[in-house]
Write a protein that binds this ligand. Sequence first.
Ligand code: SF4
Length: 300
Amino acid sequence: HPCTRCERPAVVFQPYSGMYLCKEHLIDDVTRKVKRDLRKYNLQPGTVAVALSGGKDSSALLYLLHKIFAPSRKVRIIAITIDEGISGYREKTIENASNLASDLEIPHTIVSFKDAFGRTLDDLMKESDRPPCSVCGALRKNLLNRTAKQLGASHLAIGHNLDDEAQTILINHLRGDIRRLVRLSHVNGRVQPDLVPRIKPLRHVPESEVVAYAGAVGLSVCPKACPYMDEAYRLGVRIFLREFEDLHPGTRHGIVRGFDRMIGALGDAYPPASLVPCRVCGEPCTGGLCQACKMLGRNG
Ligand code: SF4
């Protein structure tokens, strides 16, 4: 099928907009959406750290931010990769991450669970029966924030795409977890002491278009999935949303738009929780002991 904008062969179809896009116009479209999102964060001159796992989303994000900011040099881009210690899986994605950062000449810092917490995720899974993704997520969040702060970053950019965002919003709705739902907006660029604000510039780009974008600009992406992937609930929501999106294009956009409007209407009815330093590691948390230290069984 020809591209709606130029007649060249299309590489994607956007059922929600009715457009067919060729490689060049897909790149333009993704870049435009990311720039529009970035404007909302009102970034000042400084350093933005990209959480780079080496997967498709974070690789595409690093590439995009580099393309957008390299010419003006207003914002310096750096990359942080967390090595959780997942044998047989992480090695390849870390190699991808390193290659990409070095191709783009972006400063790249790799920090490991082993160095920071004394144990790899593989070690932790041998001694704990907690769900792997909860342990991994809490530790990664802690280490990313800590590292971004040490490197002087004003913001931490995360590669969440439209599908991830719609799934997370819907999961919190389905669980009736309003606090967690609202907290999702607090992490979107809000400033809190000691917490590097997170930004999600791919938040309006569907996952399939991130994949097509990564292919269009020639990024190497590892197709292997993490062996610990345990989020059955999220997977159910993901399948449901995909089917619903097929029947009713624009569903994901509607969920994210509705969420943003709801947050706007709520005003300060749910202010962000006040944060205190964790008594063990000093990272900001709500209850005096952060999630990462809880997962590690540290009590202070
Ligand atoms: Fe960690 Fe779960 Fe992601 Fe694997 S799938 S890297 S365990 S959060």
